[in-house]
Design a protein around this ligand. Structure first.
Ligand code: DP6
Length: 422
């Protein structure tokens, strides 16, 4: 540390949720600015269960920008981090440090280095949009630290977009649309909230985390290949998505689950079709994903109208939406029947998140799972496979709120004296 007056460390901590797209973003028209070829719509997941927490700190004693992700130091030299930091520094204002009354001047931010520590409350290896939550959280936390006020609504979402496209949708809660925009500088490619998290209280979300042994193609490179080679993607972006965006906005606003479910499933399936239409083809779904699709499709057909919708991102995990809590309990029973945990797995380690769904399903132990009977729609299927451990675990969650500040000292991931990871 330098001389006496220069020993201060100032920091802010924030939390931002993951989001799951129900109209998918796949393909960029500008790689540097991360501008998409179509608009997309997502549902924000409850940050209690799926979020990133990030502390950002500044001190004249810091010699360079540094970043710790889930406890490990990683390079902050990547262009996406640099772009986010540059854009935030350019918007910084005079900030008064409450404890000392010292003022950090607008221009000081250009020379102050930033330490960033971020962690997820779910395993990164699970492939659950950790970069979306992470970049949204970084931008939100920096805005608090540097006193950044948006000059137009959605300005921060446009900066989060520079970190990862889908991150722009993670600043807001509830139901969010990323408008593709038209400007070449990307200023109108922003996220807007369609409805708050309290708008559609009935929806319940269950995620099946599916074990994947194979290394998946990253979204960034996968979509580049699709833009280059898939004629279906071009057709999808130009002809299909614009209509679906309008239909989905309507379905969400009117809480029409039947419409919501039809469009969500169709859009996930078309996204995976464009992956298959890419040369060489990209496979994100595996056998377990297809069985999960089968489970939902069979049940919906048997019920005569959609009870549950499914969607899959660039990986084999299923994100399922149940019409209401009662249906969610039935979905959980069906999932536990067809995908029981392996014999040595405790039920509390198999079903994460909102435990009230488990209570409504009346399942308290592995024995309860053994005594679950086959749902009516699978009665006629002779060889329905029930392989224990095929699904790693389930997460029960809800539609959640957007990014927020964590005020308590204890939430900080950076030590206030050393300025290093705690
Ligand atoms: C399949 O936002 O991870 O999850 O912009 O290159 O960082 P980059 O890609 P990313 O892509 C997400 C793709 C998706 C669909 C979606 O979230 O809309």
């Amino acid at each position: 540390m330098g001389n006496e007056e220069e020993t201060w460390v100032v920091m802010k901590t924030a939390r931002a949720p993951s989001n799951i797209a129900v109209i998918k973003y796949w393909g960029k028209r500008d790689e540097k600015l991360i501008l998409p070829i179509n608009s997309s719509i997502s549902v924000t997941l409850d940050p209690e269960h799926l979020s990133a927490t990030t502390t950002v700190a500044a001190s004249p004693a810091f010699e360079k920008d540094r970043l710790w992700l889930n406890g490990k130091e990683v390079s902050v030299e990547g262009v996406r981090y640099k772009n986010c930091l540059r854009e935030m520094r350019a918007r910084a204002t005079d900030v008064v440090i409450e404890s000392s009354g010292k003022v950090i001047r607008k221009e000081d931010w250009n020379s102050l280095h930033i330490h960033i520590a971020s962690e997820n409350n779910f395993p990164t290896a699970a492939g659950l949009a950790s970069s979306a939550a992470g970049f949204a959280c970084l931008v939100y936390a920096l805005a608090q630290l540097m006193g950044v006020q948006e000059k137009y609504e959605g300005e921060l979402t446009a900066i989060a977009r520079l970190g990862s496209g889908s991150a722009c949708r993670s600043l807001y809660g509830g139901f969010v649309e990323w408008k593709m925009g038209q400007e070449i500088d990307g200023t109108d490619s922003i996220a807007v909230q369609l409805a708050e998290e309290s708008h559609w209280k009935d929806l319940v979300i269950i995620i099946a985390v599916v074990s994947s042994r194979q290394k998946e193609t990253s979204s960034t490179s996968g979509m580049q290949e699709s833009v280059k080679t898939s004629p279906l993607l071009k057709y999808r972006a130009e002809e299909v998505v614009p209509k679906r965006i309008v239909q989905m906005e309507k379905a969400i606003k009117s809480m029409n689950f039947t419409e919501f479910a039809k469009i969500t499933c169709a859009d996930s399936n078309q996204f995976h079709a464009t992956c298959l239409d890419t040369s060489p083809p990209i496979f994100y779904l595996n056998d377990t994903s297809r069985k999960l699709i089968g489970l939902v499709e069979r049940w919906n057909r048997h019920a005569g109208e959609p009870q549950v919708a499914y969607t899959f991102d660039a990986g084999p995990n299923a994100v399922m939406f149940a019409k209401n809590k009662e249906v969610a309990a039935q979905l959980l029973q069906r999932l536990l029947y067809q995908f029981p945990p392996s014999a040595d797995t405790d039920i509390s380690r198999y079903v994460h998140g909102d435990q009230s769904i488990l209570e409504s399903a009346g399942v308290n132990s592995l024995k309860d799972i053994d005594s679950l009977s086959a749902p009516a729609e699978v009665a006629g299927i002779p060889n329905l496979q029930r392989i224990p451990g095929e699904v790693d675990y389930l997460i029960c969650t809800n539609v959640g709120k957007g990014a927020y500040v964590l005020g308590e000292q204890g939430a900080n991931l950076i030590d206030p004296v050393s300025g290093l990871l705690k």
